[in-house]
Design a protein around this ligand. Structure first.
Ligand code: ZN
Length: 200
């Protein structure tokens, strides 16, 4: 018999934008309502003002607790007994590197953790704590998207940042805050259509 709650277990869900990470993440926690396992989901405050994760492709959603991404240790204010508690982190790449230590401690305390996020940033380079967490994971769900370059249709592993419709420069900040006055958009792209120009 397989149990969905596994003590001290880390499951990472990775993939580019629009690869279905959110849908997969919501599915895992939505299924808990048929069990006596409690789900507690954290979202980095930088990501959204809305304490809810919504799927783009279904009308499913999940309530979350927003915490300061620079202080992931604040999760310990919200969790105590690990018995039958599954802890989720959405958009994990936005958390400070100290999330790795926080997750280590939660695993030592026998929590079952699901951490979803972008493995690579818009440049195609390792994004924050994600690669380390993938290395520590017991289970990895790796999703790909469909390249959005017109007519391509290949599998996409990259996230293309477009500013006013043009590929963003390599030296553009890793994280852009909304309301910066630029028209920022992200697309899933295959390697052939992932463009990162370098102005310097
Ligand atoms: Zn392509």
């Amino acid at each position: 018999m397989a149990f969905i709650y596994k003590p001290g277990y880390l499951h990472t869900i990775i993939g580019p934008m629009k690869s279905g990470k959110t849908e997969k993440f919501i599915e895992i926690f939505a299924n808990l309502k048929f069990s006596d396992i409690q789900g507690i989901v954290f979202n980095p405050a930088i990501n959204t003002r809305d304490p809810v994760i919504r799927s783009r492709i279904s009308n499913r959603w999940l309530e979350t607790i927003r915490i300061d991404e620079l202080h992931p240790e604040n999760v310990f204010r919200h969790v105590s007994d690990s018995q039958n508690v599954m802890v989720g982190f959405d958009e994990t790449q936005f958390f400070a590197m100290s999330i790795i230590t926080v997750i280590d401690k939660l695993l030592e305390q026998d929590f079952h953790i699901v951490a979803s996020g972008l493995l690579l940033d818009f440049r195609g380079e390792p994004f924050g704590p994600m690669p380390t967490l993938v290395g520590q994971a017991h289970e990895i769900t790796k999703l790909s998207a469909i390249c959005e370059y017109p007519g391509c249709n290949r599998h996409a592993t990259q996230t293309q940042r477009l500013i006013n419709g043009k590929p963003a420069d390599y030296n553009s900040p890793t994280v852009l805050i909304e309301g910066g006055g630029y028209n920022e958009e992200y697309q899933a792209r295959c390697l052939r259509h992932h463009h990162v120009p370098r102005s310097s």
